[in-house]
Design a protein around this ligand. Sequence first.
Ligand SMILES: [Zn+2]
Length: 477
Amino acid sequence: MSNVFVLDTNKQPLNTVHPGEARILLSRGKAAVYRRFPFTIILKVAIDDPVVAQLRIKIDPGSKTTGLAILNDATGEVVYAAELSHRGHKIKESLDDRRGVRRSRRNRHTRYRKPRWRNRRNKKTGWLPPSLQSRITNVITWVERFMRVCHITAISMELVKFDMQAMENAEISGVQYQQGTLMGYEVREYLLHKWKHTCAYCSKEHIPLQVEHIVPRAKDRDDRVSNLCLACEKCNQRKGTKDIKDFLKKKPDLLKKILAQAKAPLKDAAAVNATRLELFNRLQDLGLPIECGSGGLTKYNRTMRNLPKTHWLDAASVGTSTPEVLQITGMQPLLITASGHGRRRMRPVDKFGFPCGKPKQPGRKKGFKTGDIVKAVVTKGKHVGTYVGRVAARATGSFDITTKQGTTQGIGYQYCRALHRSNGYSYQKGEAVSASSQESVQAEISSCATAPKKGRPVSSPELKQGVSTGRKLMKHD
Ligand SMILES: [Zn+2]
């Protein structure tokens, strides 16, 4: 379970506590629930000069989901974990929808309006499309929320997919001395990106890929990244120690393409994406030290600690500050979904752009808003019972409440009590990590053809057979 945040009566953040301890505090009347999401309790006394552990918030920004983890670096304990789902695609959809309606309206015979030109946005001043902007503001919102309830003193974020600086050095110094190390992961991520996750020879996607030497290694021991590409096992074995020119004798076009792509270095712009950079800039405004990590490093940290691939565990593995051992057993992440704050449009329109339905109604109905988490204790009628869940508020006062068991319609507003006011996000509990799931990951890693092997002697004979020149990255010979 994630820990519970604790505030003193002056809303000063204290150390987080185990949920059991929080339960005792609550049942003895020493604290009250301050907030449901993230679960925070407030003590009834003030604490002078509390000794508070320093925490670090770690962020793995993704296009659909961002992983968040709050860690105690000193003990390696993951104090809190969350996964934040963005609504970028929904924003894009509704903007496209609006654009379509406006366009069709312009093409109809409507009153003439002078063109307006002074209302264009300035794309030079760090402007991002609304769908991407929302991702950044989502993350900032949550970092700020966590900063209000616990003592966060540092931030880690994954800024780049792979470390270009290290990659450039690898181009010069070769990769052989770095086999099986962090650099292996960095190179692998780089190659996957450069070759777009496809086999260079047969263009197959979504299959395990192996690192392949374009000019066979047996020939002139060229381990530079510009001599590496990705191939599926079949192609890799078929090519064997052959020279690429012989191997692709019948496909001169492909040969030319591969040689050209291998020589072309990946541009920096391809490695740092604009959204992450903007997020980094915005996080800097919070005034905390920020540590940046690369995707290769994250993957290396996660694999070395036998952690399953989830967004929050990726976040916990970001950066060089990651503790040797992460305490995560039983951790259950909070799944946060950005749901928005309702619509701005005053009247819904049909697909032709004509108004339909009722105009926009006031958001609150009988004091409740759709999206609030309520507790309803129904004492009369056919729905007698207790319901805790998300409410869909209706103007009639007859509400729908969605709980884990499903939606119940027609619950009177007079039975409802708000537990958590809607704030643009909806919440769910994620799956807990058990000790067995960590072991199964280990098994998965050793069975996967492309995943680097951990804790195995590097000159393992098992690895040597099968593939001749197309060595796996992690292999020494
Ligand atoms: Zn292939």
